[in-house]
Design a binder for this molecule. Structure first.
Ligand code: SAH
Length: 275
């Protein structure tokens, strides 16, 4: 094994049981197509290839691509294609004319978790679902329920596009080199179809609502927006007409509450901020 590169988030899975567990929880079908993000030495790639029809393994590190291709050649594995590239720069649609929507999988570099999610969201129509390993704290924010400390703008901004489900937690001891924190595997199904045109308003309202977490929703929206000239009474009316008590905190509102609120809020928002 070459010296792992910290800058590329290289923490390799060294426990076969965990690799099998990820594959089991992914409930793959023999005719599935997998796009793997960050193939490494093929820790997941090779076992995956035994369960699906094809794996497209994306890896940024040229040295690892070389080694993985060599191994695949030696073992005469025919259904893995190694793609040397940066997941953030690749257009997933250009990889291949997929006969069915691929499942995205990966033990991803934690420092680009949000950028990867953004990338997948922008390609959501072509992806069946994603099974990804995230840093535990980050994953908890993705799967959080209203009323908990982990529930916040990340939860909601992703919920606008997808349903995220916790699969299982993973100890840091199963990686080499060992990271400083534990991980969690989650499943992301891009099953939401709220209008793209409304997303900017939704984002604005969610960010405003969570900008002052300890204040009630009325005060945090007001604090965030007061520069635009809106009056507190106006915000109160919008909340009441959205069926939301101004005394609640942002963390107590469900995505449905936020959707209703952003619908009513739309006309009060500064145009340049929500386009
Ligand atoms: N799949 C392997 C490796 C996981 S470590 C395993 O589970 O053990 C994360 C991998 O992502 C590393 O191999 C790293 O080189 C690769 N990587 C980092 N940034 C990347 C990027 N932007 N695009 C594609 N791969 C990347």
């Amino acid at each position: 094994m070459t010296r792992p590169k910290k800058s590329l988030g290289q923490h390799f899975l060294v426990d076969k049981n965990i690799i099998e567990k990820i594959i089991r929880y992914a409930r793959l079908k023999q005719d599935d197509i997998v796009i793997e993000i960050g193939a490494g030495h093929g820790e997941l790639t090779i076992p995956l290839s035994e369960h699906v029809s094809q794996v497209f393994a994306i890896e940024k590190d040229p040295g690892l691509c070389y080694k993985l291709r060599k191994r695949i050649g030696e073992e005469r594995i025919r259904n893995i294609k190694v793609i040397r590239g940066d997941i953030l720069k690749l257009d997933l649609r250009e990889i291949e004319d997929f006969p069915k929507r691929p499942v995205v999988m990966g033990n991803i570099p934690y420092n680009i978790s949000s950028l990867i999610l953004k990338k997948l969201i922008s390609s959501k129509e072509m992806i069946e679902r994603a099974i990804l390993m995230f840093q535990l704290e980050y994953a908890k924010r993705l799967v959080a329920s209203p009323g908990t400390k982990d529930y916040g703008s990340l939860t909601l901004l992703v919920s606008y596009h997808a349903t995220v489900k916790e699969l299982f937690s993973v100890s840091k001891n199963v990686f080499f080199p060992r990271p400083s924190v534990d991980s969690m595997v989650v499943e992301i199904v891009f099953d939401k179809r709220y209008p793209e045109s409304e997303e900017a308003v939704f984002r604005f309202v969610v960010n405003a609502a969570f900008s002052h977490r300890r204040k009630n929703i009325l005060n945090s929206l007001f604090e965030y927006m007061k520069g635009s000239g809106i009056r507190k009474g106006g915000i109160r009316n919008v909340l009441l007409s959205s069926n939301i008590s101004p005394e609640l905190r942002a963390e107590n509102l469900s995505i449905e509450d936020f959707l209703r609120l952003s619908e009513k809020m739309k006309k009060y928002l500064p145009k340049e901020q929500v386009e």
